[in-house]
Design a protein around this ligand. Structure first.
Ligand code: TXA
Ligand code: MG
Length: 320
């Protein structure tokens, strides 16, 4: 349990929020849609602490907040269609899902290992001030406990996350009270993944069409067979260790779940690149963040044909 401070919007609150973000702690800050729980998108452990605070049982990719198209273009590949949408609607409640740029520096936990990234430039003064003060792209899901409704007031955040986060910046009720519209730009094709305040006249994409983790069979399955709960490597296996199980690489040598969550997708990608034809992973305790790690590992072990059903809370359009 940590002490949760609530500070009214102003220079002091923003400075305190920026300091916490710099130290790797998520902070709650309003946007024009809902309150978000923001952390440095390049810091995997800070992002893991977002999941820890929300108590999310699974890793869904997060939206990365930026000041403008220029900053977004460092992270995502904009084609003409994406650029014109951003120029028309940013800053504002429109999120674009675009190809992730290699070398973006974004933590793999933010995109949940996907080759795409969701970006938006928010219009709210508090989030914009925090983006300016930190100078960093900020990953921020809605600042609610997993499975609960999104917070539109600082009190909602406090009720849900008190004792789990260090700071809430209070700037009154949010304007829209509804999460941003999410549109995937795929060449010149636009697909509406989540309806929201910005109406582009698109119909919601059919479930099968949405390349979004909550709805895809297994959005990230390694191309190699994966064995769980392994205490040592069998011949032909690349072992991803944890704690006392050393392995060829490790999720976290000290057995730290925050570190393990932050490194999970990197370790899986790394394992795919090895000459060994199979992957094994050491046991990870099923508490706290460990539950989300195990959820992801089980899906990865089940492979692409295994339907991503049940378990996760409704997927891309469900409570997040
Ligand atoms: O209004 C909003 O968008 C708020 C404020 C805080 O900005 N944020 C928000 O984030 O609603 P969150 O994490 O609650 O929802 C993010 C949604 C999820 O449904 C997720 O699956 C989807 O965005 N998403 C993120 N990255 C994606 C990607 N690469 N492909 C498809 N969907 C993605
Ligand atoms: Mg949410």
């Amino acid at each position: 349990m940590v002490q949760t401070r609530v500070l009214p919007y102003g220079p002091e609150a923003i400075a305190a929020a920026a300091r916490l973000v710099g130290r790797g702690f998520p902070v709650a800050v309003p946007t024009e849609t809902v309150y978000g729980l923001a952390a440095d998108a390049a810091d995997g452990e800070a992002v893991a602490r977002i999941y820890e605070a929300k108590g999310r049982p699974a890793f869904n990719p997060l939206i990365v907040h930026v000041l403008n198209v220029d900053q977004a273009a460092d992270l995502a590949a904009f084609n003409a269609a994406a650029r014109s949408l951003a120029e028309r609607w940013w800053p504002g409640p429109l999120t674009l899902v675009l190809p992730l740029r290699p070398g973006s520096g974004i933590a793999s936990l933010v995109t949940a290992g996907l080759p795409t990234i969701a970006v938006r430039a928010p219009a709210h003064r508090a989030m914009r001030d925090l983006l300016i003060a930190t100078g960093k792209p900020l990953a921020a899901p809605s600042a609610n406990r997993s499975g609960r409704i999104s917070p539109t007031r600082a009190e909602h955040v406090r009720d849900g996350l008190r004792g789990r986060i260090r700071l809430i910046v209070d700037d009154g009720p949010t304007r829209h009270g509804l999460e941003s519209t999410i549109v995937a730009v795929d060449g010149d094709k636009l697909r509406l993944l989540r309806p929201g305040p910005v109406d582009l006249g698109l119909k919601l994409a059919a479930a099968g069409e949405i390349r979004s983790p909550g709805q895809l069979a297994s959005h990230y399955a390694p191309s190699k067979p994966l064995r769980l709960e392994a205490s040592s490597a069998e011949p032909g296996e690349w072992l991803i260790g944890f704690g006392a199980v050393e392995g060829d690489a490790t999720l976290s040598a000290p057995g730290d779940l925050v570190e393990a969550a932050a490194t999970l997708f990197d370790r899986l990608h790394e394992a795919e690149r090895q000459p060994q034809p199979r992957i094994a992973v050491a046991p990870v305790p099923d508490q706290g963040l460990g539950a989300a790690i195990n959820d992801r590992l089980r899906r990865a072990a089940a492979g692409r044909r295994n339907v991503y059903a049940g378990g996760s809370a409704g997927g891309a359009l469900g409570p997040a």
